[in-house]
Design a protein around this ligand. Sequence first.
Ligand SMILES: Cc1cc2nc3c(=O)[nH]c(=O)nc-3n(C[C@H](O)[C@H](O)[C@H](O)COP(=O)(O)OP(=O)(O)OC[C@H]3O[C@@H](n4cnc5c(N)ncnc54)[C@H](O)[C@@H]3O)c2cc1C
Length: 404
Amino acid sequence: MTDSRHDVTIIGGGIVGLAVALEITKRFPRLRLLLLEKENRVGLHQSSHNSGVIHSGIYYKPGSLKAKLCVEGARAMVEFCRAHGIPHQVCGKVIVATHEDEFPRLEELRRRGEANGLTGVHAIGPEQLREIEPHASGLRALVVPSTAITDYGAVCSKYAELIQTQGGTIRTSTAVTGLRQLTGEIVVETNGPAFSTTFLVNCAGLFSDRISRMAGEKPDTMIVPFRGEYYDLVAERSSLVRALIYPVPDPRFPFLGVHFTRRISGRVDAGPNAVLAFRREGYRRTDFNLKDVASSLAFPGFWRMVARNWRSGLDEFRRSFSKSEFVRALRRLVPEVNEKDLAPGGAGVRAQALKRDGALVDDFQFVAAGKMLHVLNVPSPAATASLLIGRAIGDLAARTFGWR
Ligand SMILES: Cc1cc2nc3c(=O)[nH]c(=O)nc-3n(C[C@H](O)[C@H](O)[C@H](O)COP(=O)(O)OP(=O)(O)OC[C@H]3O[C@@H](n4cnc5c(N)ncnc54)[C@H](O)[C@@H]3O)c2cc1C
């Protein structure tokens, strides 16, 4: 038995699924939209376990989806927060080179920023760095004035409120367990009733690859969960950091390296690292799920990734288990930081798509298949870019499904 019939169903109430629902309810108000979320609230996973940064778009390859959707998305996110009274602050950030080897990469970032249309990005020396961040140390830095901070959990709640005002339905505590394609309809099976829908958009984050397999697809990628662990700077030492202090990222990885982030709450945290997790949605080091581990081990790309990156992977594991190693990485940016200044903080788990050849998928990836769209890779900066991702998926749906 299926419950009421819908035109379009979205799986996943993270910031991406919500942004897609927001766009569809606004642009195609006649469509009956249903969003299904397995948790009892929206935005509980990646979308509220992140650094809360509205990224400027400086890091991404010019012409990539990440670059396009992040730069415009950052402006849209700041505007959205302003319009809806969501706390945010355009505080800017510094990217700090602590070794001469990093100068060419810093210069490449400056060029990317320019190519991506950012304004105001400029290089500074150690004295100017100390004027901006008195406790930071480095040989050279880039100032990125448009970087901002917000609370993405609050953004998700506002998206959900607007979707419902615009006529969409959100069902929480409803996990999708199966998909059946019949003539003219898709039956969405859940832990509760089944639903009938004409179109479906898969925005299931850490489970997006499994949902696409459930739909009969054979995606060329698999989600690998990377846990990111944070420490909090204790309140008495939070004055060591005014805004955001980042290292020059390693171009081999999509992660940015441990950094200092002032949160919109005023707290400062340090991190996140990037450690292979043994459980999707596993926030503790000891979390383990046999199915998650077995599916990783069975994917050929996993072993190729390990073979290529075992050395840096081991470094990340060491930093995960040893506070002094973590502090050593942070001290390159702020030498005054000591172990006793850091208290254990939270953690997040990134959904990163991995290819069969062992390479991590760099760009956002959306795949159309019949009457379904699968959002298969939306790591950082997808929270920043969410409104523009919603628009891009809306465009793709209009083209693929013939919506007007
Ligand atoms: C540590 C960390 C730091 C980050 N920092 C930043 C940052 O500073 N700035 C930035 O822009 N981005 C950042 N990101 C990235 C950003 O948070 C994510 O790209 C974004 O939240 C992805 O959103 P999502 O909706 O795809 O995923 P999620 O938020 O994970 O949502 C997916 C949803 O699908 C639901 N779901 C899964 N399976 C099912 C099912 N079978 N049935 C029903 N529901 C299901 C889940 O419960 C979940 O709510 C960070 C991410 C992490 C992990």
